[in-house]
Design a protein around this ligand. Structure first.
Ligand code: NAD
Length: 494
């Protein structure tokens, strides 16, 4: 950690970051038998903190603690009390927002102003929204065609949930999993990414402070191949709730198939962001740049594939470049930063390998493409104009500040091209013609379509992908449903 970084930290952030952390089990942090992992500040490449690689035996203790809480206090708590506790949890996240925001800014390199204005409110909203549910989870009476019989259903929790989160939205993703899982009555073992563990550990402390019984929320830190694998293959885990890459999602899908666990997968995206010539071009271009470069493009629903009607291509490109030029690249804790670094050295190298595929394809790098600072994993906001639909920069998720821009000439040509990718997470449409907006939106193979806006998100609105972007929606009633099972009871009245 540098002296400048240290001076920007709150005293409580500094204290928590400087402490040695283990896994959080049964209401307290506990030493694990495994090795340790250094977490780096991606803006300085310096070590911020050291987390535990939780070993198999300690993962087992975490799952046993969650199983005990499920069979005990949390499993039998009255619904109204569950609601109160989830609201109290939300209160504590709000009260500790400044501190929590600093962990994600430090470890993830995100501008602190973005974490405070986007991640924190979204995390609180998840708890507030799902806190309203426990007293409303209902079964039904079933009109079976059998005489003298009464049939009803009960909606019941699944048991222990293994919640696996990615590094790009640590706090938010933890909340998106914890809030509905707990509202449904499950207990949780959370495994955050090894790059960004601190906010999840701190959340577990707040769960206890809120009054949730010990064992209801546990956190095991460590790598995917070690700690994560031990968690998802544990026989007492009933459900895997995963957000991350397509490759890991496929692996966990196979794992769930082998052990017959419930699973939901929120995976990557390469999202067509479509601008028609009749749109409000200034507004569309501002959104195009913002959603492409927000958090350096390390966002699953980044508007990373901009498809522009040919007549306005030059106008859109120059407006996007103007917005990109205005971005201030800097440290996550620096309030003047509007764009941070990439998450790691290996990730930046991966993004650069994509840029190297452009030469000789007929496409051009319109701006950006270079490293910008001596230290930190920074990369300039970049645009590639004119790649073919099958080029890797269009077909694959780059997950960096790289916007690909493609012209189109008609709706008939546009729609199959926009749907040609392997993913189906989100899409955007900009037009002043309502009929065109509806016609295109309903034909796009994307779990969410935004019209004349982009990246709106709310705990009440289902979010999740089609095709290789996964299955099982976050948010809304569907987000709760995936943490519940149905029991049918037949009673003879004869
Ligand atoms: P990743 O798949 O590398 O890792 C995600 C998590 O899985 C990490 O905690 C990792 O340690 C863990 N993991 C890896 N192997 C595992 C295993 N064998 N068993 C158990 N756990 C394992 O993904 P990432 O690089 O952290 O995140 C970026 C990806 O996440 C991108 O593809 C992005 O689009 C996606 N994402 C999707 C959404 C969404 O809502 N659809 C949201 C955020 C991020």
């Amino acid at each position: 950690m540098t002296a400048t970084t240290e001076s920007l930290m709150l005293p409580q952030t500094f204290k928590f970051t400087s402490a040695e952390h283990g896994a959080f089990i049964d209401g307290t942090e506990t030493a694990t038998g495994g090795s340790t992992i250094d977490t780096l500040d991606p803006a300085t490449c310096r070590v911020i903190t050291t987390i535990a690689e939780t070993d198999n035996e300690t993962v087992d203790r975490a799952v046993e603690s969650a199983a005990k809480a499920f069979e005990g206090e949390w499993g039998t708590i009255l619904p109204a009390r569950r609601e109160e506790l989830l609201h109290r949890f939300a209160d504590l996240i709000e009260e500790n927002a400044a501190e929590l925001a600093q962990y994600d800014a430090l470890e993830g390199g995100k501008p602190i102003s973005h974490v405070e204005s986007v991640d924190l409110p979204l995390a609180v909203e998840q708890f507030r929204y799902y806190a309203g549910w426990p007293t409303k989870i209902q079964g039904a009476t079933v009109p079976v065609s059998t005489s003298d019989t009464h049939v009803y259903t009960r909606r019941i929790p699944l048991g222990v949930v293994a919640a696996i989160t990615p590094w790009n939205f640590p706090l938010c993703q933890a909340a998106i999993k914890l809030a509905p899982a707990l509202a449904a009555g499950n207990t949780v073992v959370l495994k955050p990414s090894e790059l960004t563990s601190l906010s999840s550990l701190r959340l577990a402390h707040l769960a206890i402070e809120a009054g949730l019984p010990a064992g209801t929320v546990n956190v095991v830190t460590g790598t995917g191949a070690g700690t994560g694998q031990a968690l998802v293959s544990h026989p007492k885990v009933a459900k895997i709730s995963f957000t991350g890459s397509e490759a890991t999602g496929r692996h966990l899908g196979a794992e769930a198939g082998r052990s017959l666990k419930h699973i939901s997968l929120e995976l990557g995206g390469k999202n067509p962001h479509i601008v028609f010539a009749d749109a409000d071009i200034a507004k569309a271009a501002a959104y195009a740049a913002t959603t492409a470069y927000f958090y350096s493009g390390q966002v699953c629903f980044s508007g990373s594939r901009l498809m522009v009607e040919r007549a306005v291509l030059d106008e859109v490109l120059s407006a996007v470049e103007e917005h990109a030029d205005a971005l201030v690249l800097g440290h996550g804790l620096d309030r003047s930063s509007t764009m941070g670094p990439l998450s790691s050295a290996t990730h930046r190298e991966k993004v650069e390998r994509y840029l190297n595929t452009v030469s000789g394809t007929g496409a051009t790098v319109a701006f950006g493409g270079s490293r910008t600072k001596e230290s930190g994993y920074f990369l300039e906001p970049t645009a590639i104009v004119g790649p073919a639909d099958t080029d890797p920069v269009v077909a694959e998720e780059i997950f960096g500040p790289v916007l690909v821009i493609q012209p189109f000439d008609s709706i008939e040509e546009l729609v199959p091209r926009a749907n040609s990718g392997q993913y189906g997470l989100t899409a955007g449409v900009w037009t002043s013609d309502v009929r065109k907006a509806h016609t295109v939106a309903r034909q796009l193979q994307a779990g969410t379509v935004w019209v004349n806006t982009y990246a709106d998100y709310n705990a009440a609105a289902p979010f999740g992908g089609f095709k290789n972007s996964g299955f099982g929606k976050d948010c809304g009633p569907a987000g709760l449903d995936k943490f519940l099972d149905t029991q049918t009871v037949w009673m003879s009245l004869a």
